[in-house]
Write a protein that binds this ligand. Structure first.
Ligand code: PFF
Length: 455
């Protein structure tokens, strides 16, 4: 069975597929509002630091687990630990987490679909700027449209996954990322030129260190893991499709750096618009959906054609970026059901559609009819996001680094990192990376984990 597993075709394909998983709504939708809620520039600095020092080693650890075990993420731990009962059980978490995330991620994907449709009808360009930014509230609190859009988005995703890893995922990422990159830069250029945008740029560049609390660290790390798709089996699963000849340091660093760049570009595209539109930076999940239509509407007053085209392409690119990410979530569950439960790919996809579709409906309704239904003071949507990003992801990432740092023999880790000693640069870097995986990452994650509960 192992030999029949598909493989990505070469380094660029690996980076694009992994970056396709990493770069998504986490960068464009979640990062800007996390920055707004947790202290602006101070958060950004901690985020960059956490990505390079902690998330990158965790990323490497996950790729190694995937490539070494050459199987789905649930079985990876079992296989490499020679069926140790603890690790066999831990493997189930790698199936649970992505499935939970896919439930609410798909709701935001659905919002993007609605915004795409609206921009095709030139809605934002024709609205007054204030009206455009106010459109969001009425939309998300309605019952049917967000639910239908969520199911539509999820349905298309699942259909792509049903088409297989190589044909579906690779093709998608190759086109969407460069397009998104160009569009973000265009929007950024326009957004910083808006009157009042300077405050947004200052907000991102001048840290107010008094805003730096233990919570900032915890949320920055949670965001960094989320953004790199860590702690959820996705990178382990993609790692299992990486060829033995690939230099995993190069592919992992390439992915982490492009993900970081995207988040920062998105921050600079969105925050100046937020300030220019007079929106509260801590406005939460709706931030981008309020600020970006404002930009298009403003642009529409002087450049209606450009604004219409950019709006349509932008929401299309967001949909595709969200899709290449959610595909990697669904793929985890699918590869498990196929290889473990012997299901056909089609049936496994259907099962995931039903599970994520139903919970996603609850998440979607929590912005409207179910807004008052609270668990521990949080709506269903917030609860899903909080439990996943601030608890489960950290827990799973911790297990991954403990596994590579403490359970796998050092010789095996060395062998994976250096391709059996054939990569001299990796050879030199190995002691540092091993130290980060074995000591720094686990200790940092434990501290942050407790911070989330204590403070
Ligand atoms: N990293 C993705 C993003 O930033 O949008 C989100 C994501 C993808 C989360 C894959 C989890 C995952 F397994």
């Amino acid at each position: 069975m192992a030999d029949k597993r598909e493989k990505f075709g070469g380094r660029l394909a690996v980076i694009l597929a992994m970056a396709g998983s990493a770069i998504g709504l986490g960068n464009i939708w979640r990062f800007p509002y996390m920055v707004g809620e947790h202290g602006g520039a101070a958060f950004v600095f901690v985020y960059i630091f956490a990505t390079l020092l902690i998330s990158l080693p965790v990323f490497l650890a996950e790729v190694m687990i995937g490539r070494r075990s050459h199987t789905n993420s649930r079985d990876a731990f079992a296989r490499l630990s020679r069926q140790h009962p603890f690790w066999k059980a831990a493997g189930y978490l790698t199936i649970l987490i992505p499935t939970l995330i896919a439930c609410y991620y798909s709701v935001i994907g659905g919002w993007s679909v609605e915004y795409f449709i609206k921009s095709c009808g030139l809605a934002f360009v024709q609205m007054e700027p204030d009206e455009a930014s106010g459109f969001f509230g009425a939309f998300v609190s309605s019952t049917w449209t967000p639910v239908i859009m969520h199911l539509l988005f999820l349905g298309v995703t699942v259909a792509v996954v049903a088409g297989g890893v190589k044909s579906g995922i690779e093709k998608f990422s190759k086109i969407s990322l460069p397009v998104l990159f160009v569009l973000i830069i265009m929007i950024l250029t326009y957004s910083v030129s808006l009157p009042g945008a300077g405050d947004g740029v200052r907000y991102l560049l001048h840290p107010d260190w008094s805003e730096l609390t233990p919570r900032t660290f915890a949320y920055a790390m949670g965001q960094s893991f989320y953004s790199l798709s860590l702690g959820m089996g996705a990178i382990i699963t993609y790692g299992s499709y990486v060829s033995k000849k690939e230099n995993i340091l190069a592919t992992s660093t390439g992915t982490a750096v492009s993900d970081l760049m995207f988040a920062i570009l998105a921050g600079f595209a969105i925050m100046p618009a937020v300030f220019a539109a007079g929106i509260e930076p801590g406005a939460g999940p709706g931030l981008i959906f309020q600020s970006i239509p404002y930009v298009f509407s403003k642009m529409g007053t002087t450049l209606p054609v450009v604004s219409s085209v950019v709006a349509i392409l932008f929401f299309l690119a967001i949909i595709v970026a969200a899709m290449t990410s959610i595909i990697s979530l669904v793929e985890v569950g699918v590869s498990f059901l196929v290889e473990r439960a012997g299901m056909s790919r089609g049936r496994a996809c259907l099962v995931l559609f039903l599970i994520c579709g139903s919970f996603g409906v609850l998440c979607s309704l929590s912005f409207g009819p179910l807004a008052e239904m609270k668990v521990a003071g949080m709506t269903v949507f917030d609860l899903f996001d909080w439990v996943c990003s601030n608890i489960l992801l950290l827990l799973m990432a911790l297990l991954a680094v403990i596994f590579v740092g403490w359970v796998l023999p050092r010789r095996v880790v060395h062998d994976e990192f250096t391709n059996g000693g054939r990569l001299p640069f990796n050879e030199r870097l190995f002691p540092v990376v091993y130290f980060l995986i074995k000591w720094v990452a686990p200790i940092a994650v434990v501290i942050i984990f407790f911070t989330n509960f204590m403070l």
